[in-house]
Write a protein that binds this ligand. Structure first.
Ligand code: NAP
Length: 334
């Protein structure tokens, strides 16, 4: 009898990790998620599976470990012998990385290297996916950017991702390991943390519509981003590890919109004019920020058959509708 495939996900409680967990469970995997200790046991993005007795403890297992504690990760890998390892954990906020550069680099750069060192020792050669970022390009001089675009990061987060991305390539080329980089452009969803600009906007549009908030303060609204839907990016990550050759892939929609356009779409979806509610606040402007970012994911399309189907306006609708529903439900409960 064939055993089901098993995978480890770091960052399983995050936006991408929770979508990837669902995808792998749907495909019949045994999923081992690494979670760190926190003062709250709330794991809202995993709640439905965590509370399902047919899944939790049978096909989904959570293990305590931390990116700063490689012994704990080594033990889990030895106990579970995964065939695939999806490394999504890290300090994922670019702006915050200017406030906490040391821990960002320790988790994102060294944390990735520590895992790769452990995987190098495994007899079954697990396949490894690293969630890299378009931030490795900093302010690019070419547009759109692809896998060959020179790295030139301009934030602590980007520097840490750049180090980890290069090390993945070194381990693949020097040790012959099946290690891949998913070079992700922004991807959002209703599960995006509330301190990211897209979620701030969709939540504010819903709250203002329901009379729960009056204004939204934003930094630069002229920066343009290539925004996709996180659920689709999780699928691309899985496809990368199913291919017969390890490689790096840019994951992007190939379309770019400004923060202003995103806000306009979100507020107009609930029948409001964004100009009446959004105010600019210098405090939210980053020390260094790329004006415009656009990814070329044609390699992922050609080799993996993957495309980002959900573009900005549809993504906005998904996020605003979710926030409206959730707020209405909590209003009804009170
Ligand atoms: P996210 O929602 O912020 O999730 C980050 C995850 O990392 C959470 O599960 C978090 O656990 C975990 N984590 C943080 N520090 C940890 C530590 N010391 N030990 C163990 N786990 C730790 O991020 P995301 O949006 O899902 O992104 C996933 C990955 O893709 C990240 O590496 C991010 O940098 C990268 N990426 C994302 C985007 C994007 O647009 N979303 C774009 C490019 C690259 P807690 O739940 O306990 O906080």
């Amino acid at each position: 009898m064939n055993l089901p495939p098993s995978a480890i996900i770091t960052g399983i409680t995050g936006q991408d990790g929770s979508y990837l967990c669902e995808l792998l469970l749907d495909k019949g995997y045994i999923v081992h998620g690494i979670v760190r200790r926190s003062s709250s046991l709330d794991r809202p993005r995993l709640l439905s599976h965590y509370n399902d007795p047919d899944i939790y403890g049978k096909r989904l297992f959570l293990h305590y470990a931390d990116l700063t504690d490689p012994t704990s990760i080594r033990r889990i890998i030895a106990q579970t012998a995964p065939i695939e390892f999806y490394h999504l954990a890290g300090q994922s906020h670019v702006g915050l990385s200017f406030e906490i550069p040391e821990s960002t680099c320790d988790l994102t750069a060294m944390g990735t290297l520590r895992i790769m060192e452990i995987l190098r020792d495994q007899p079954n050669n697990p396949r490894f996916l690293h969630a890299s970022s378009r931030e490795i390009f900093g302010t690019p001089t070419v547009s759109p950017q692809d896998e060959t675009t020179p790295q030139n990061p301009n934030s602590p987060y980007g520097c840490a991702k750049s180090f980890a991305t290069q090390m993945v390539r070194v381990y693949r080329d020097s040790h012959g390991l099946f290690f891949c980089n998913a070079i992700c452009y922004n991807h959002e969803s209703p599960r995006r943390a509330e301190n990211f600009v897209t979620r701030k906007i969709t939540l504010a549009a819903a709250r203002i519509k329901l009379g729960l908030q009056s204004k939204l303060m934003l930094g630069s609204i002229d920066s343009a981003r290539d925004w996709g839907y996180a659920k689709e990016y999780a699928e691309a990550m899985w496809r990368m590890l199913q291919h017969d050759q390890p490689d790096d892939y840019v994951l992007a929609t190939g379309t770019s919109y400004t923060v202003r356009e995103f806000a306009e779409a979100a507020f107009s979806h609930v029948g409001l004019d964004w100009k009446e509610y959004i105010e600019l606040d210098q405090r939210f402007i980053r020390p260094a920020d790329a004006e415009s970012l656009l990814g070329d994911a044609s390699k992922a399309q050609r080799v993996l058959g993957w495309t980002a189907r959900t573009k900005m306006h549809e993504l906005v609708r998904i996020m605003v509708d979710y926030d409206m529903d959730r707020l209405r439900q909590s209003k009804e409960r009170t």
